[in-house]
Design a binder for this molecule. Sequence first.
Ligand SMILES: Nc1ncnc2c1ncn2[C@@H]1O[C@H](COP(=O)(O)OP(=O)(O)OP(=O)(O)O)[C@@H](O)[C@H]1O
Length: 288
Amino acid sequence: MNTENILELNGVSKSYKDFTLQNVSFQLPKGSIMGLVGANGAGKSTTIKSILNLIRRDSGDIKVFGLDNTKHDQEIKERLGIVFDETYFHSVLKPKQINKFMKDIYKTWDEEQFLGFLKKLKIPLDKQIKDFSRGMKMKLSIAAAMSHGADLLILDEPTGGLDPVVRSEILDLFLEFIQDENKGILLSSHIITDLEKIADYITFLDNGKVVLSESKDEILYLYGVLKGSLDDLNRVDKGDIISVHRHRFGFEALVKHADRIRAKYPGMVVDPINIEDMMIFIAKEGQE
Ligand SMILES: Nc1ncnc2c1ncn2[C@@H]1O[C@H](COP(=O)(O)OP(=O)(O)OP(=O)(O)O)[C@@H](O)[C@H]1O
């Protein structure tokens, strides 16, 4: 284990009847944010549940803070801030009651910080959660996850279904959290523009497999779409192509090392590609 990694997965596999998470490996260095992306059913939640030890993996190993996640479950959980879809607090509770019982649960609970988050996020202290909007519930869960001195935040779809203003408030909180270089954030999201704003690393899952796990800047710099006629395609080495779509007049291929490919195939064009288009590109190949 590299001590600079706050989270490390090596060859993690998990089979369900109709789905297999296959040999998933990635590393999250300290002081950074990783976005876990992929189409519906790609295996993001299964990966997160494996990290949280909520499901038993079939093989591979997972280290959080350098510790095996099955052998040190309790120790690890105390240092994790976890947010799943919406909220796990009982709907009759009010934030001020949550503050009270969180004080009993976590010896590291920071009441001042929690109340500060609520004020900043305009969450009422004295209202039952059942009367909260989805955005308010999400903000409350995130505030709670960030108020007990957690070193690693793990969030499944924290900005899904929220309006752009609330999303931006939440993204700012994440950026604030990560100012401490010993902390880290892993979040899954379908909102790629959010990840493009805050993520340092992107891990892309497709059909249970890691297609890529690299720094965002590297992805944007290295990858491109090679375009040409169908005749041109015959001249392209198969090893240069990650994924290809043919259409009536030619082809488009996802390639790595765009500069090298541009130089290697002078008559063809290599356009830049953003992360969202890249996801669509790879997902479409699965359907062809
Ligand atoms: N307990 C289970 N038993 C059987 N199959 C399961 C179980 N949990 C998940 N799956 C299957 O595993 C696959 C991956 O699901 P997962 O929830 O990890 O995907 P996801 O990438 O998080 O999707 P989404 O973006 O829709 O949340 C799906 O096909 C799902 O049906």
